[in-house]
Design a protein around this ligand. Structure first.
Ligand code: BEZ
Length: 208
């Protein structure tokens, strides 16, 4: 059965380019951006690994650790990282899981036989410090991910947790947010003393 939002992310122990890890221990008190890609030494993947490395400070600011995965070995990953650094002008420091026997790819349902019997598609799992899966996305092999969206959704999830608000379509940090229907107007008066814009009784926009 596939993994669902709110599930505990399955734990595993595996070799990576930074040594053996226990996934849950490695996450610790951070959030995790765990993502698979089809193969080393392929063009789209090279740009995605480079982009993840370039965004190191943006992920760190949000207390997020990145973990890549493909069904290749540590030796292959290590050689490929030299190319990633060279072509994408970066210094890749996050670990990449070596999943040559597909152990983790199967656990996380990353192999979609309609795309490939052996290589992982481009999945994303955003996992919170309680090890709960908070977001999943799956992209086909031919399409590189939008990293602005990955950062945006992490911002939205962290704001949802902190302020108990929801975020509208295309929300960006600083935009108005939504008072969820689970908060009554009575309760909202205490939480949002600045007031809100009631477009409909179920659609209440507020500035934070
Ligand atoms: C790529 O990363 O460019 C790629 C990998 C597998 C299939 C298609 C594209």
């Amino acid at each position: 059965m596939s993994l669902r939002l709110g599930d505990t992310a399955p734990n595993f122990q595996i070799d990576t380019t930074k040594g053996k890890i226990d996934f849950h221990e490695w996450i610790g008190d951070s959030w995790a951006f765990f993502f698979s890609h089809p193969a080393d030494f392929t063009p789209v993947c090279t740009t995605e690994m480079g982009r993840t490395a370039q965004l190191h400070d943006e992920f760190a600011k949000r207390n997020v650790k990145s973990l890549g995965l493909s069904t290749d070995t540590v030796e292959e990953h290590d050689k490929w990282i030299l190319d990633v650094n060279d072509t994408q002008n970066t210094d890749l420091q996050f670990p990449i899981v070596a999943d040559a026997d597909h152990k983790v790819a199967q656990l996380y349902d990353m192999i979609h036989p309609g795309e490939s019997e052996t290589a992982a598609v481009r999945t994303v799992f955003i996992i919170d410090p309680n090890k709960k899966i908070r977001l999943t996305m799956t992209y086909p092999m031919s399409t590189g991910r939008n990293f602005d969206e990955i950062l945006r959704v992490i911002d939205a999830l962290q704001l949802n947790d902190k302020s108990k608000v929801a975020t509208p379509a295309d929300w960006r940090p600083g935009d108005d947010v939504i008072i969820p229907p689970s908060i009554s107007n009575e309760a909202a008066k205490d939480i949002f003393p600045q007031g809100w814009n009631e477009l409909r009784p179920y659609l209440r926009m507020v500035k934070l």
